[in-house]
Design a protein. Sequence first.
Length: 493
Amino acid sequence: MNARHPVASTTDPTGDRDTRFFGQPWALTHVFGVEMWERFSFYGMQGILAIYLYYSATQGGLGVEQSTALSIVGAYGGAVYLSTILGAWVADRLLGAERVLFFSAIVIMAGHIALALLPGFLGVGVGLVLVAIGSGGLKATATSVVGTLYAPEDVRRDAGFSLFYLGINLGAFAGPLLTGLLQSTLGFHWGFGLAAVGMALGLLQYSFGRKGLPAEASAVPNPLPKERYPFVIAVGAIAVVGIAVLVLVRVIRADNLAIIVIIAVVAAAIAYFAVILSSRRVTGEERSRVWGFLPLFVTSVAFWSLYQQQFTVLTVYSDKRLDRDLFGWEMPVSWVNSINPIFIIVLSGVFAAIWTKLGSRQPSTPVKFALAAIIMGAAFLLFLPFAGGGENSTPLLAIIGILFVFTVAELLLSPVGLSVTTKLAPGSFHTQMVALFFLSVSLGTAIAGQLATLYDPEDEVPYFTTLGFVAIAVGILLLVSAKPVLRLMRGVR
Protein backbone atom coordinates (compact mmCIF):
# COMPACT_ATOMS: atom_id res chain seq x y z
CA MET A 1 0.00 0.00 0.00
CA ASN A 2 1.28 3.45 -0.88
CA ALA A 3 2.51 5.14 2.30
CA ARG A 4 1.04 8.47 1.19
CA HIS A 5 -2.43 6.90 1.33
CA PRO A 6 -3.15 5.42 4.75
CA VAL A 7 -5.99 3.12 5.69
CA ALA A 8 -8.71 5.56 4.49
CA SER A 9 -7.57 5.16 0.90
CA THR A 10 -8.34 1.41 0.85
CA THR A 11 -11.38 1.21 3.09
CA ASP A 12 -15.02 2.03 2.78
CA PRO A 13 -16.55 5.06 4.56
CA THR A 14 -17.37 3.00 7.65
CA GLY A 15 -13.70 2.29 8.22
CA ASP A 16 -13.93 -1.49 7.61
CA ARG A 17 -11.38 -3.00 5.22
CA ASP A 18 -13.46 -3.96 2.20
CA THR A 19 -11.90 -4.95 -1.13
CA ARG A 20 -13.91 -8.07 -1.98
CA PHE A 21 -15.37 -6.91 -5.31
CA PHE A 22 -12.31 -6.70 -7.59
CA GLY A 23 -10.63 -4.50 -4.99
CA GLN A 24 -13.82 -2.45 -4.47
CA PRO A 25 -16.38 -2.40 -1.60
CA TRP A 26 -18.71 -5.42 -1.63
CA ALA A 27 -21.73 -3.12 -1.42
CA LEU A 28 -20.94 -2.02 -4.98
CA THR A 29 -22.27 -5.40 -6.19
CA HIS A 30 -25.84 -4.49 -5.14
CA VAL A 31 -25.96 -1.22 -7.04
CA PHE A 32 -24.00 -2.86 -9.88
CA GLY A 33 -26.73 -5.52 -10.17
CA VAL A 34 -29.82 -3.33 -10.19
CA GLU A 35 -28.20 -0.92 -12.64
CA MET A 36 -27.21 -3.81 -14.91
CA TRP A 37 -30.77 -5.12 -15.12
CA GLU A 38 -32.21 -1.62 -15.50
CA ARG A 39 -29.89 -1.02 -18.46
CA PHE A 40 -30.87 -4.44 -19.87
CA SER A 41 -34.49 -3.36 -19.92
CA PHE A 42 -33.79 0.24 -20.96
CA TYR A 43 -31.51 -0.49 -23.91
CA GLY A 44 -33.41 -3.60 -24.87
CA MET A 45 -36.56 -1.54 -25.25
CA GLN A 46 -34.78 1.46 -26.83
CA GLY A 47 -33.08 -0.81 -29.37
CA ILE A 48 -36.44 -1.65 -30.95
CA LEU A 49 -38.35 1.56 -30.14
CA ALA A 50 -37.48 3.57 -33.27
CA ILE A 51 -38.31 0.80 -35.71
CA TYR A 52 -41.51 0.01 -33.76
CA LEU A 53 -42.58 3.60 -34.33
CA TYR A 54 -41.74 3.90 -38.03
CA TYR A 55 -42.29 0.34 -39.27
CA SER A 56 -45.61 -0.12 -41.04
CA ALA A 57 -48.55 -1.95 -39.47
CA THR A 58 -47.84 -4.98 -41.67
CA GLN A 59 -44.37 -5.12 -40.11
CA GLY A 60 -45.85 -4.89 -36.61
CA GLY A 61 -45.11 -1.19 -36.14
CA LEU A 62 -47.18 1.97 -35.76
CA GLY A 63 -46.40 3.60 -39.12
CA VAL A 64 -45.16 6.95 -37.76
CA GLU A 65 -43.19 9.14 -40.19
CA GLN A 66 -39.49 8.30 -39.85
CA SER A 67 -38.26 11.79 -38.91
CA THR A 68 -41.01 12.09 -36.30
CA ALA A 69 -40.15 8.66 -34.91
CA LEU A 70 -36.50 9.62 -34.49
CA SER A 71 -37.49 12.90 -32.85
CA ILE A 72 -39.67 10.98 -30.39
CA VAL A 73 -36.81 8.63 -29.53
CA GLY A 74 -34.48 11.57 -28.91
CA ALA A 75 -37.09 13.43 -26.88
CA TYR A 76 -37.82 10.33 -24.81
CA GLY A 77 -34.11 9.81 -24.11
CA GLY A 78 -33.79 13.46 -23.14
CA ALA A 79 -36.83 13.17 -20.88
CA VAL A 80 -35.26 10.20 -19.08
CA TYR A 81 -32.27 12.25 -18.02
CA LEU A 82 -34.39 15.37 -17.45
CA SER A 83 -36.40 13.42 -14.91
CA THR A 84 -33.23 12.90 -12.88
CA ILE A 85 -34.07 16.36 -11.49
CA LEU A 86 -37.24 15.01 -9.93
CA GLY A 87 -35.56 11.89 -8.61
CA ALA A 88 -32.61 13.83 -7.21
CA TRP A 89 -34.82 16.44 -5.56
CA VAL A 90 -36.97 13.76 -3.90
CA ALA A 91 -33.78 12.02 -2.75
CA ASP A 92 -32.19 15.16 -1.31
CA ARG A 93 -35.34 16.62 0.24
CA LEU A 94 -37.74 13.76 1.04
CA LEU A 95 -36.67 10.11 0.90
CA GLY A 96 -32.91 9.76 0.46
CA ALA A 97 -31.13 8.31 -2.55
CA GLU A 98 -31.48 4.63 -1.68
CA ARG A 99 -35.27 4.66 -1.25
CA VAL A 100 -35.77 6.63 -4.46
CA LEU A 101 -33.61 4.07 -6.28
CA PHE A 102 -35.80 1.21 -5.01
CA PHE A 103 -39.15 2.84 -5.84
CA SER A 104 -37.88 3.98 -9.26
CA ALA A 105 -37.10 0.37 -10.18
CA ILE A 106 -40.75 -0.52 -9.51
CA VAL A 107 -41.97 2.33 -11.75
CA ILE A 108 -39.63 1.22 -14.57
CA MET A 109 -40.97 -2.31 -14.43
CA ALA A 110 -44.54 -0.99 -14.65
CA GLY A 111 -43.60 1.06 -17.72
CA HIS A 112 -42.21 -1.94 -19.59
CA ILE A 113 -45.32 -3.95 -18.68
CA ALA A 114 -47.46 -1.17 -20.19
CA LEU A 115 -45.44 -1.24 -23.43
CA ALA A 116 -45.83 -5.02 -23.59
CA LEU A 117 -49.54 -5.26 -22.81
CA LEU A 118 -51.25 -2.02 -23.85
CA PRO A 119 -51.96 -1.64 -27.59
CA GLY A 120 -50.69 1.02 -29.98
CA PHE A 121 -50.07 4.62 -28.98
CA LEU A 122 -51.67 4.10 -25.55
CA GLY A 123 -48.93 1.63 -24.62
CA VAL A 124 -46.24 3.91 -26.03
CA GLY A 125 -47.54 6.94 -24.14
CA VAL A 126 -48.06 5.27 -20.76
CA GLY A 127 -44.98 3.07 -21.04
CA LEU A 128 -42.52 5.76 -22.07
CA VAL A 129 -43.72 8.19 -19.40
CA LEU A 130 -43.31 5.60 -16.64
CA VAL A 131 -39.93 4.37 -17.91
CA ALA A 132 -38.68 7.94 -18.29
CA ILE A 133 -39.68 8.92 -14.75
CA GLY A 134 -38.40 5.69 -13.21
CA SER A 135 -35.13 5.61 -15.14
CA GLY A 136 -34.46 9.25 -14.29
CA GLY A 137 -34.92 8.55 -10.60
CA LEU A 138 -32.75 5.46 -10.69
CA LYS A 139 -29.94 7.02 -12.74
CA ALA A 140 -29.34 9.98 -10.45
CA THR A 141 -29.62 8.01 -7.22
CA ALA A 142 -27.61 4.95 -8.27
CA THR A 143 -24.63 7.14 -9.06
CA SER A 144 -25.03 9.00 -5.79
CA VAL A 145 -25.23 5.73 -3.83
CA VAL A 146 -22.02 4.51 -5.48
CA GLY A 147 -20.35 7.75 -4.37
CA THR A 148 -21.25 7.02 -0.74
CA LEU A 149 -19.15 3.84 -0.83
CA TYR A 150 -15.87 5.79 -1.00
CA ALA A 151 -14.13 8.30 1.23
CA PRO A 152 -13.31 11.53 -0.68
CA GLU A 153 -9.59 10.74 -0.82
CA ASP A 154 -10.06 7.07 -1.82
CA VAL A 155 -7.92 6.53 -4.95
CA ARG A 156 -10.16 3.59 -5.97
CA ARG A 157 -13.00 5.97 -6.77
CA ASP A 158 -12.54 6.33 -10.56
CA ALA A 159 -11.80 2.62 -10.90
CA GLY A 160 -14.94 1.82 -8.90
CA PHE A 161 -17.06 3.99 -11.17
CA SER A 162 -15.50 2.26 -14.18
CA LEU A 163 -16.57 -1.14 -12.78
CA PHE A 164 -20.03 0.30 -12.10
CA TYR A 165 -20.02 1.36 -15.73
CA LEU A 166 -19.15 -2.22 -16.66
CA GLY A 167 -22.38 -3.37 -15.00
CA ILE A 168 -24.32 -0.82 -17.01
CA ASN A 169 -22.86 -2.17 -20.22
CA LEU A 170 -23.33 -5.84 -19.42
CA GLY A 171 -27.03 -5.03 -19.35
CA ALA A 172 -26.77 -2.77 -22.39
CA PHE A 173 -25.08 -5.59 -24.32
CA ALA A 174 -27.59 -8.33 -23.51
CA GLY A 175 -30.74 -6.19 -23.76
CA PRO A 176 -30.73 -5.36 -27.51
CA LEU A 177 -29.60 -8.89 -28.41
CA LEU A 178 -32.44 -10.66 -26.65
CA THR A 179 -35.24 -8.14 -27.17
CA GLY A 180 -34.21 -7.78 -30.83
CA LEU A 181 -34.28 -11.56 -31.28
CA LEU A 182 -37.77 -11.80 -29.78
CA GLN A 183 -38.95 -8.77 -31.81
CA SER A 184 -37.74 -10.27 -35.08
CA THR A 185 -39.19 -13.74 -34.40
CA LEU A 186 -42.30 -13.25 -32.23
CA GLY A 187 -43.12 -9.52 -32.44
CA PHE A 188 -42.44 -6.19 -30.79
CA HIS A 189 -44.57 -6.75 -27.70
CA TRP A 190 -42.62 -9.89 -26.82
CA GLY A 191 -39.47 -7.80 -26.89
CA PHE A 192 -41.03 -5.20 -24.60
CA GLY A 193 -42.21 -8.00 -22.30
CA LEU A 194 -38.67 -9.34 -21.96
CA ALA A 195 -37.54 -5.86 -20.90
CA ALA A 196 -40.14 -6.01 -18.10
CA VAL A 197 -38.84 -9.40 -16.98
CA GLY A 198 -35.28 -8.06 -16.88
CA MET A 199 -36.27 -5.15 -14.65
CA ALA A 200 -38.16 -7.53 -12.36
CA LEU A 201 -34.99 -9.60 -11.92
CA GLY A 202 -33.02 -6.46 -11.07
CA LEU A 203 -35.60 -5.38 -8.53
CA LEU A 204 -35.59 -8.82 -6.90
CA GLN A 205 -31.78 -8.88 -6.65
CA TYR A 206 -31.56 -5.39 -5.21
CA SER A 207 -34.28 -5.99 -2.63
CA PHE A 208 -32.04 -8.63 -1.00
CA GLY A 209 -28.89 -6.49 -0.94
CA ARG A 210 -30.10 -2.97 -0.19
CA LYS A 211 -29.80 -3.38 3.61
CA GLY A 212 -26.03 -3.78 3.27
CA LEU A 213 -25.51 -0.26 1.91
CA PRO A 214 -23.98 2.48 4.10
CA ALA A 215 -26.38 4.57 6.20
CA GLU A 216 -25.27 7.60 4.20
CA ALA A 217 -27.03 6.16 1.14
CA SER A 218 -30.40 6.55 2.89
CA ALA A 219 -29.69 9.95 4.43
CA VAL A 220 -31.76 13.00 3.46
CA PRO A 221 -29.11 15.77 3.26
CA ASN A 222 -31.48 18.75 3.04
CA PRO A 223 -34.91 17.75 4.44
CA LEU A 224 -37.93 19.68 3.23
CA PRO A 225 -39.82 21.35 6.13
CA LYS A 226 -43.22 19.72 6.60
CA GLU A 227 -45.01 23.06 6.33
CA ARG A 228 -43.83 23.28 2.70
CA TYR A 229 -45.38 19.95 1.68
CA PRO A 230 -48.73 21.49 0.57
CA PHE A 231 -46.91 24.01 -1.64
CA VAL A 232 -44.83 21.30 -3.30
CA ILE A 233 -47.90 19.13 -3.90
CA ALA A 234 -49.74 22.09 -5.44
CA VAL A 235 -46.80 22.90 -7.75
CA GLY A 236 -46.64 19.26 -8.86
CA ALA A 237 -50.36 19.12 -9.58
CA ILE A 238 -50.25 22.38 -11.56
CA ALA A 239 -47.32 21.05 -13.61
CA VAL A 240 -49.13 17.81 -14.48
CA VAL A 241 -52.34 19.63 -15.42
CA GLY A 242 -50.39 22.20 -17.43
CA ILE A 243 -48.61 19.54 -19.46
CA ALA A 244 -51.90 17.74 -20.08
CA VAL A 245 -53.52 20.94 -21.34
CA LEU A 246 -50.58 21.70 -23.65
CA VAL A 247 -50.89 18.20 -25.12
CA LEU A 248 -54.66 18.54 -25.60
CA VAL A 249 -54.39 21.91 -27.37
CA ARG A 250 -51.51 20.47 -29.48
CA VAL A 251 -48.83 22.87 -28.33
CA ILE A 252 -46.87 19.74 -27.46
CA ARG A 253 -46.95 17.31 -30.39
CA ALA A 254 -45.00 14.27 -31.49
CA ASP A 255 -43.23 16.20 -34.25
CA ASN A 256 -41.95 18.99 -31.94
CA LEU A 257 -41.36 16.92 -28.82
CA ALA A 258 -37.56 17.04 -29.10
CA ILE A 259 -37.56 20.85 -29.30
CA ILE A 260 -39.88 21.05 -26.28
CA VAL A 261 -37.52 18.84 -24.28
CA ILE A 262 -34.49 20.89 -25.38
CA ILE A 263 -36.15 24.11 -24.18
CA ALA A 264 -37.18 22.48 -20.90
CA VAL A 265 -33.68 21.10 -20.24
CA VAL A 266 -31.95 24.41 -21.01
CA ALA A 267 -34.31 26.20 -18.63
CA ALA A 268 -33.82 23.54 -15.96
CA ALA A 269 -30.03 23.65 -16.27
CA ILE A 270 -29.90 27.44 -15.98
CA ALA A 271 -32.23 27.33 -12.98
CA TYR A 272 -30.21 24.58 -11.32
CA PHE A 273 -26.90 26.37 -11.72
CA ALA A 274 -28.50 29.57 -10.39
CA VAL A 275 -30.00 27.84 -7.34
CA ILE A 276 -26.78 26.05 -6.41
CA LEU A 277 -24.51 29.05 -6.98
CA SER A 278 -26.77 31.40 -5.00
CA SER A 279 -27.48 29.05 -2.09
CA ARG A 280 -26.31 30.14 1.35
CA ARG A 281 -25.56 26.50 2.11
CA VAL A 282 -22.75 26.54 -0.49
CA THR A 283 -19.30 27.69 0.65
CA GLY A 284 -16.95 29.81 -1.44
CA GLU A 285 -14.80 26.81 -2.33
CA GLU A 286 -17.86 24.75 -3.30
CA ARG A 287 -19.16 27.62 -5.44
CA SER A 288 -15.86 27.82 -7.32
CA ARG A 289 -16.05 24.10 -8.03
CA VAL A 290 -19.55 24.49 -9.46
CA TRP A 291 -18.22 27.19 -11.82
CA GLY A 292 -15.46 24.75 -12.79
CA PHE A 293 -18.12 22.19 -13.63
CA LEU A 294 -19.78 24.52 -16.18
CA PRO A 295 -17.30 24.00 -19.08
CA LEU A 296 -17.42 20.25 -18.40
CA PHE A 297 -21.20 20.48 -18.69
CA VAL A 298 -21.02 22.21 -22.09
CA THR A 299 -18.49 19.70 -23.43
CA SER A 300 -20.64 16.84 -22.19
CA VAL A 301 -23.64 18.23 -24.11
CA ALA A 302 -21.59 18.35 -27.32
CA PHE A 303 -20.38 14.79 -26.76
CA TRP A 304 -23.80 13.27 -26.07
CA SER A 305 -25.47 15.07 -28.98
CA LEU A 306 -23.30 12.92 -31.25
CA TYR A 307 -22.97 9.77 -29.15
CA GLN A 308 -26.73 9.32 -28.61
CA GLN A 309 -27.35 9.22 -32.35
CA GLN A 310 -26.69 5.50 -31.96
CA PHE A 311 -30.42 5.30 -31.24
CA THR A 312 -31.59 7.68 -33.96
CA VAL A 313 -29.41 8.11 -37.07
CA LEU A 314 -27.46 4.88 -36.56
CA THR A 315 -30.72 2.92 -36.21
CA VAL A 316 -31.88 4.15 -39.62
CA TYR A 317 -28.37 3.65 -41.01
CA SER A 318 -28.33 0.06 -39.72
CA ASP A 319 -31.82 -0.60 -41.07
CA LYS A 320 -31.20 0.74 -44.56
CA ARG A 321 -27.47 1.15 -45.27
CA LEU A 322 -25.72 -1.54 -43.26
CA ASP A 323 -24.99 -5.00 -44.65
CA ARG A 324 -26.42 -7.13 -41.82
CA ASP A 325 -26.01 -10.47 -43.58
CA LEU A 326 -24.39 -13.10 -41.34
CA PHE A 327 -23.78 -16.26 -43.34
CA GLY A 328 -27.12 -15.95 -45.14
CA TRP A 329 -29.09 -14.78 -42.06
CA GLU A 330 -30.01 -11.12 -41.56
CA MET A 331 -29.34 -10.06 -38.00
CA PRO A 332 -31.91 -7.80 -36.24
CA VAL A 333 -31.40 -4.04 -36.48
CA SER A 334 -31.13 -3.66 -32.69
CA TRP A 335 -28.08 -5.95 -32.52
CA VAL A 336 -25.92 -3.05 -33.69
CA ASN A 337 -26.69 -1.43 -30.31
CA SER A 338 -24.87 -4.31 -28.60
CA ILE A 339 -21.54 -3.60 -30.34
CA ASN A 340 -20.65 -0.59 -28.20
CA PRO A 341 -21.34 -2.41 -24.90
CA ILE A 342 -19.03 -5.26 -25.99
CA PHE A 343 -16.19 -2.77 -26.31
CA ILE A 344 -17.15 -1.19 -22.98
CA ILE A 345 -17.03 -4.59 -21.30
CA VAL A 346 -13.58 -5.27 -22.77
CA LEU A 347 -12.10 -1.80 -22.29
CA SER A 348 -13.64 -0.58 -19.02
CA GLY A 349 -11.35 -2.82 -17.01
CA VAL A 350 -8.40 -1.63 -19.09
CA PHE A 351 -9.26 2.01 -18.44
CA ALA A 352 -9.84 1.31 -14.73
CA ALA A 353 -6.41 -0.34 -14.53
CA ILE A 354 -4.78 2.56 -16.37
CA TRP A 355 -6.29 5.19 -14.03
CA THR A 356 -5.36 3.10 -10.98
CA LYS A 357 -1.80 2.57 -12.23
CA LEU A 358 -1.28 6.25 -13.07
CA GLY A 359 -2.88 7.45 -9.82
CA SER A 360 -2.17 11.15 -9.40
CA ARG A 361 -0.24 11.19 -12.71
CA GLN A 362 -3.33 10.49 -14.84
CA PRO A 363 -4.70 13.26 -17.11
CA SER A 364 -6.99 15.73 -15.36
CA THR A 365 -10.74 15.55 -15.86
CA PRO A 366 -10.87 18.58 -18.22
CA VAL A 367 -8.24 16.93 -20.44
CA LYS A 368 -10.18 13.66 -20.47
CA PHE A 369 -13.38 15.51 -21.41
CA ALA A 370 -11.57 17.42 -24.17
CA LEU A 371 -10.10 14.26 -25.66
CA ALA A 372 -13.55 12.61 -25.53
CA ALA A 373 -15.12 15.38 -27.61
CA ILE A 374 -12.27 15.36 -30.13
CA ILE A 375 -12.38 11.59 -30.56
CA MET A 376 -16.18 11.60 -30.82
CA GLY A 377 -15.98 14.18 -33.59
CA ALA A 378 -13.40 12.04 -35.37
CA ALA A 379 -15.76 9.05 -35.15
CA PHE A 380 -18.38 10.97 -37.15
CA LEU A 381 -15.79 11.81 -39.79
CA LEU A 382 -15.16 8.07 -40.17
CA PHE A 383 -18.62 7.73 -41.76
CA LEU A 384 -17.45 9.84 -44.72
CA PRO A 385 -15.65 7.09 -46.71
CA PHE A 386 -18.96 5.21 -46.89
CA ALA A 387 -21.16 8.22 -47.70
CA GLY A 388 -23.26 8.01 -50.83
CA GLY A 389 -23.36 4.22 -50.97
CA GLY A 390 -26.47 2.28 -51.80
CA GLU A 391 -28.70 0.01 -49.74
CA ASN A 392 -26.78 -2.48 -47.58
CA SER A 393 -23.51 -1.02 -48.87
CA THR A 394 -21.68 -0.40 -45.58
CA PRO A 395 -19.74 -3.43 -44.26
CA LEU A 396 -20.49 -4.53 -40.72
CA LEU A 397 -16.78 -4.32 -39.90
CA ALA A 398 -16.83 -0.60 -40.71
CA ILE A 399 -19.57 0.08 -38.15
CA ILE A 400 -17.74 -2.10 -35.61
CA GLY A 401 -14.63 0.03 -36.11
CA ILE A 402 -16.55 3.30 -35.82
CA LEU A 403 -18.27 2.14 -32.64
CA PHE A 404 -14.88 1.19 -31.20
CA VAL A 405 -13.92 4.87 -31.55
CA PHE A 406 -17.27 5.82 -29.95
CA THR A 407 -16.34 3.61 -27.00
CA VAL A 408 -12.91 5.11 -26.45
CA ALA A 409 -14.48 8.56 -26.37
CA GLU A 410 -17.22 7.39 -24.00
CA LEU A 411 -14.79 5.91 -21.49
CA LEU A 412 -12.91 9.18 -21.35
CA LEU A 413 -16.04 11.11 -20.41
CA SER A 414 -18.97 9.17 -18.99
CA PRO A 415 -17.59 7.23 -15.97
CA VAL A 416 -15.12 10.04 -15.33
CA GLY A 417 -17.98 12.56 -15.44
CA LEU A 418 -19.98 10.58 -12.90
CA SER A 419 -16.98 10.43 -10.61
CA VAL A 420 -15.93 14.10 -10.85
CA THR A 421 -19.51 15.27 -10.33
CA THR A 422 -19.68 13.55 -6.94
CA LYS A 423 -16.36 15.20 -6.03
CA LEU A 424 -17.36 18.70 -7.17
CA ALA A 425 -20.83 18.54 -5.61
CA PRO A 426 -21.59 20.87 -2.67
CA GLY A 427 -22.56 18.97 0.47
CA SER A 428 -26.18 20.15 0.41
CA PHE A 429 -26.68 19.40 -3.27
CA HIS A 430 -24.96 16.04 -3.61
CA THR A 431 -27.61 14.07 -5.51
CA GLN A 432 -28.91 17.14 -7.31
CA MET A 433 -25.41 17.87 -8.64
CA VAL A 434 -25.39 14.37 -10.12
CA ALA A 435 -28.73 15.24 -11.72
CA LEU A 436 -27.08 18.33 -13.20
CA PHE A 437 -24.54 16.06 -14.93
CA PHE A 438 -27.39 13.98 -16.28
CA LEU A 439 -29.02 17.17 -17.55
CA SER A 440 -26.05 17.48 -19.90
CA VAL A 441 -26.83 13.95 -21.11
CA SER A 442 -30.51 14.91 -21.38
CA LEU A 443 -29.79 17.99 -23.45
CA GLY A 444 -27.36 16.13 -25.69
CA THR A 445 -29.83 13.27 -26.20
CA ALA A 446 -32.72 15.60 -27.09
CA ILE A 447 -30.42 17.48 -29.48
CA ALA A 448 -29.47 14.12 -31.02
CA GLY A 449 -33.15 13.49 -31.72
CA GLN A 450 -33.61 16.91 -33.29
CA LEU A 451 -30.43 16.61 -35.35
CA ALA A 452 -31.61 13.24 -36.65
CA THR A 453 -34.47 14.99 -38.47
CA LEU A 454 -31.80 16.73 -40.59
CA TYR A 455 -30.10 13.51 -41.62
CA ASP A 456 -30.46 12.82 -45.34
CA PRO A 457 -29.21 9.37 -46.46
CA GLU A 458 -28.92 10.72 -49.98
CA ASP A 459 -26.57 13.56 -48.96
CA GLU A 460 -24.65 12.46 -45.86
CA VAL A 461 -21.37 14.34 -46.27
CA PRO A 462 -22.52 17.75 -44.93
CA TYR A 463 -24.20 16.10 -41.92
CA PHE A 464 -21.28 13.99 -40.72
CA THR A 465 -18.67 16.62 -41.62
CA THR A 466 -20.35 19.51 -39.82
CA LEU A 467 -21.11 17.61 -36.62
CA GLY A 468 -17.69 16.00 -36.56
CA PHE A 469 -15.76 19.26 -36.81
CA VAL A 470 -18.03 21.07 -34.32
CA ALA A 471 -17.32 18.40 -31.68
CA ILE A 472 -13.58 18.57 -32.40
CA ALA A 473 -13.64 22.36 -32.01
CA VAL A 474 -15.42 22.09 -28.64
CA GLY A 475 -12.81 19.61 -27.44
CA ILE A 476 -9.90 21.79 -28.52
CA LEU A 477 -11.42 24.79 -26.76
CA LEU A 478 -11.65 22.89 -23.46
CA LEU A 479 -8.15 21.48 -23.92
CA VAL A 480 -6.57 24.95 -24.14
CA SER A 481 -8.70 26.07 -21.16
CA ALA A 482 -7.81 23.11 -18.93
CA LYS A 483 -5.56 25.01 -16.50
CA PRO A 484 -8.02 27.82 -15.61
CA VAL A 485 -10.79 25.23 -15.29
CA LEU A 486 -8.65 23.24 -12.85
CA ARG A 487 -8.05 26.38 -10.78
CA LEU A 488 -11.82 26.77 -10.41
CA MET A 489 -12.11 23.10 -9.38
CA ARG A 490 -10.01 23.85 -6.26
CA GLY A 491 -7.91 20.72 -5.91
CA VAL A 492 -10.28 18.31 -7.66
CA ARG A 493 -8.62 16.78 -10.71
